[in-house]
Design a protein around this ligand. Structure first.
Ligand code: IPM
Ligand code: MN
Length: 370
């Protein structure tokens, strides 16, 4: 257990600052109630960093990130930069940061919160009980493979999907270790009927699986997986996949939870863990205080779990979110299907979670005192 943490907050673009503000408020309150020493610093990333410093990842931001115990990110991306090539866009700042921090296993839980089952466009009986943990490889594949280019003269462009055996093995081990503590099933997702890189992926995952005889391994092609996720989401436990497939499937899985705004993530395995909600900068609703802060708040819970081993506090945050949802509180994205929904602003939703959390921690402390 670590009770002292240096946390870098890179709130970024769009709704990033609004939702991150609520996550930080929750973390500060956990620190105060638990007597922990959390130090927060803030630095720019993404579009705001391009504007202020001419780079989506200023050197200073990276230096502070590398000297931190954990990095909490809001979102990057802004329509202003749509005409720029990938390596100059806000997103490039995030990709550089991921690469520099070294975390290769991006954990993205997609959990069907019981009180949100009518919020999903899928039938409640399909989504109820679904509890999936995506383990998305984050440092390889098309995102980072070389060569990559848009050759304007040839009127052609290419990217490279490349993995080494060791890159696959290390993320597979993370998936199996997590499956041991869950329902003991790993679904590895690839396109091994077409791609050599997927054949390497499948062979490597099969080899690593031998070290985990208690965990069932199944392989699915990514196209079939996309369908099964909607048809039978309850059949999945841990889903292990490469970078781009994981990006796509985790957005799809948001449908199970009711909203992309509910999904947190943690990236582990490197020098410094990186925590970011799965949703993006949502420029259309930025600055209106209607964004859902729960993805960011649940991301803060993951930070406590994976960077500090503060499991009780992480659980308390998740329990507080559950309580607020059970009481019928919603943000605008969660309004569907609940006639009596009490629709809150970003700040009000953060405040509700904050109050529920304080109550839960108070009660826990009172119990420990007797
Ligand atoms: C995500 C995002 C990022 C990704 C973008 C912003 C680079 O979509 O975290 O899912 O593609 O990884
Ligand atoms: Mn994405």
């Amino acid at each position: 257990m670590t009770k002292k943490l240096k946390i870098l907050v890179v709130a970024g673009d769009g709704i990033g600052p609004e939702v991150t503000g609520e996550a930080v408020r929750v973390l500060k309150s956990v620190a105060e109630l638990g007597g922990y020493d959390f130090q927060f610093q803030e630095r720019p990333i993404g579009g705001v960093a391009i504007k202020a410093h001419g780079s989506p990842l200023p050197v200073e931001t990276l230096d502070v990130a590398l000297a931190s115990d954990a990095v909490l990110l809001g979102a990057v991306g802004s329509n202003e930069f749509n005409a720029l090539p990938p390596d100059q866009r806000p997103e490039a700042g995030l990709l550089k940061l991921r690469n520099a921090l070294g975390g290769f296993a991006n954990l993205r839980p997609a959990f069907a919160w019981p009180s949100l089952s009518s919020n999903s466009p899928l039938r409640p009986e399909v989504v109820e009980g679904a509890d999936i943990l995506f383990v998305r490889e984050l440092l390889g594949g098309l995102y980072f493979g070389q060569p990559r280019q848009w050759d304007k003269e040839a009127n052609a462009a290419w990217n490279t999907m490349r993995y080494t055996r060791d890159e696959v093995a290390r993320v597979a081990r993370v998936a199996f270790e997590l499956a041991v503590k869950r329902r003991k099933k790993v679904t590895s997702v690839d396109k091994a009927n077409v791609l050599e890189v997927s054949q390497l992926w499948r062979a490597t995952v099969t080899e690593i699986a031998k070290q985990y005889p208690g965990v069932a391994l199944e392989h699915q092609y990514v196209d079939a997986c996309a369908m099964h996720l909607m048809n039978t989401p309850r059949n999945f436990d841990v889903v292990l996949t490469e970078n781009l497939f994981g990006d796509i499937l985790s957005d799809e899985a948001a449908v199970i939870t009711g909203s992309l705004g509910m999904l947190p993530s943690a990236t582990i395995g490197g020098a410094v863990n990186l925590y970011e909600p799965v949703h993006g900068s949502a420029p259309d609703i930025a600055g209106k205080s209607i964004a859902n802060p729960l993805g960011a708040i649940l991301t803060a819970a993951m930070l406590l779990r994976y960077s500090a081993g503060l499991e009780d506090d992480a659980n308390a945050i998740e329990a507080a979110v559950r309580k607020v949802l059970n009481e019928g509180y919603r943000t605008a994205d969660l309004g569907r299907g609940v006639a009596s929904a009490k629709v809150l602003s970003t700040r009000e939703m953060g405040g509700r979670v904050h109050a529920a959390l304080n109550e839960l921690i108070d009660r826990r402390q009172a119990m420990h005192a007797v």
